[in-house]
Design a protein around this ligand. Structure first.
Ligand SMILES: *Cc1c(COP(=O)(O)O)cnc(C)c1O
Length: 384
């Protein structure tokens, strides 16, 4: 089976991981800060905070921005459930904004309309989470302009987008958002096994994210409040300043991530070549190919096509031919655990219509051209 996505592990990765296994620290050693600084530098952000998944990073980002009960978080329905669940972890309510039918990303025009209505009802969101679907950058400048006008904070869910560029600048540089979140799950652009990272330019947000990652505990005397036993300067002393979690990344994972990061640009370039090859090989078929434009660089996490007719039949034919296609995404508001908040089928018709015809074709750096030809031939047969 040719999978829809998979990791690329090199001997250098294995050497980096085994070096940590032979060292003094498996966690909370030097590898995590080195990885954090490298990702932040790559993105052009001031700070990076690594955690054990993008889901954890989204949760902490919401908490750090003060999201809580009574607040609203809005995101795209065309995403993995984690982009929405992070609001609910904080006790906030979640709502969605329909997607642009060309890019499949949250539509800034729909966002503006919904914000105007929400303002009249006094129900403006505190946080909006645009998702760079498939790696294609969202219209960040438009979203940032609305954030200034309506006073919400922006968390970019860039789980698909490390290595991509918006207006020529790296995703994650924080020019148009408060916090950007990356995922290092094995199907994503680079991997740490499981892992995630948040970038920000705000030192206070970075410190809060780092503290929440580790139980809400601080060892910095400058942050401490009062003194319990006059021990503030004692070497063993720490204070829990708020309720946090154990969302730490290990040094083993961070060493893998650092090693992978060295090849990120090569991987994105390889995805680019394979996607352009798909574009050419599929041009004569009755498919809608994924949107790309020259103003921005998609990291191309996914290559989602829109198929005509019976999607299930095409999907089954591809799977039967050994092509591990997948579907991204079941609109989040149609999940039973969201239906109980009153969402109905039909609430976000563009995302629903997109979903009903979507199939993601295999795309990953180690996909070979003969394998890609096999995918194209199987798709051609399935559509015949
Ligand atoms: C993968 C993914 C996540 C969650 O990432 P984890 O690292 O698995 O927690 C969140 N949002 C999107 C859009 C994703 O694709």
């Amino acid at each position: 089976m040719i999978p829809y996505g998979r990791q690329a592990i090199t001997e250098a990765d294995i050497a980096a991981v085994t070096a940590v296994l032979r060292s003094d620290f498996l966690t909370q050693g030097p590898a995590v800060p080195r990885f954090e600084q490298a990702v932040a530098a790559y993105c052009g952000a001031a700070h990076g905070v690594a955690v054990n998944s993008a889901t954890s990073a989204l949760h902490l980002a919401c908490l750090a921005l003060g999201l809580g009960p009574g607040d609203w978080l809005w995101t795209s329905p065309n995403t993995f459930v984690a982009s929405a669940n992070c609001g609910r972890y904080c006790g906030a309510r979640v709502d969605f904004v329909d997607i642009d039918p060309r890019t499949y990303n949250l539509d800034p025009a729909a966002l503006a309309t919904k914000l105007e209505a929400a303002e009249r009802l006094g129900r403006l969101p505190k946080v909006v989470v645009p998702v760079h679907f498939a790696g294609q950058p969202c219209d960040l400048a438009a979203i940032a302009a609305l954030a200034r006008r309506f006073g919400f904070r922006v968390i970019e869910d860039a789980s698909h987008a490390i290595g991509g560029r918006y207006q020529g600048e790296p995703i994650g540089n924080g020019r148009f958002s408060d916090i950007t979140v990356f995922s290092f799950h094995p199907v994503k652009l680079i991997t740490t096994g499981e892992g995630g990272l948040a970038t920000t330019n705000d030192p206070a947000l970075a410190a809060r994210l780092a503290r929440l990652r580790s139980h809400g505990i601080s060892r910095d005397p400058a942050e401490m409040r009062g003194e319990i036993l006059g021990e503030r300067e004692a070497p063993w002393y720490y204070q829990q300043l708020e309720l946090g979690f154990n969302y730490r990344l290990t040094d083993i994972q961070a060493a893998l991530g650092y090693s992978q990061l060295q090849r990120l640009d090569d991987y994105v370039a390889r995805r680019q070549r394979l996607a352009e090859r798909y574009d050419r090989l599929l041009a004569d078929l009755p498919l809608r190919l994924p949107y790309r434009d020259s103003a921005h660089l998609s990291a191309l996490h996914l290559y989602p096509v829109q198929v005509p007719g019976d999607r299930r039949r095409v999907f089954d034919a591809l799977r039967a031919a050994g092509i591990g296609v997948n579907v991204h995404y079941i609109p989040v508001h149609t999940q039973p655990d969201y239906a109980r908040f009153g969402f109905l089928h039909g609430d976000f018709p563009v995302a629903e219509a997109y979903y009903e015809r979507a199939i993601s074709l295999p795309l990953y750096p180690l996909l070979t051209e003969p394998e890609q030809d096999q995918v194209v031939a199987a798709l051609r047969d399935a559509l015949a």
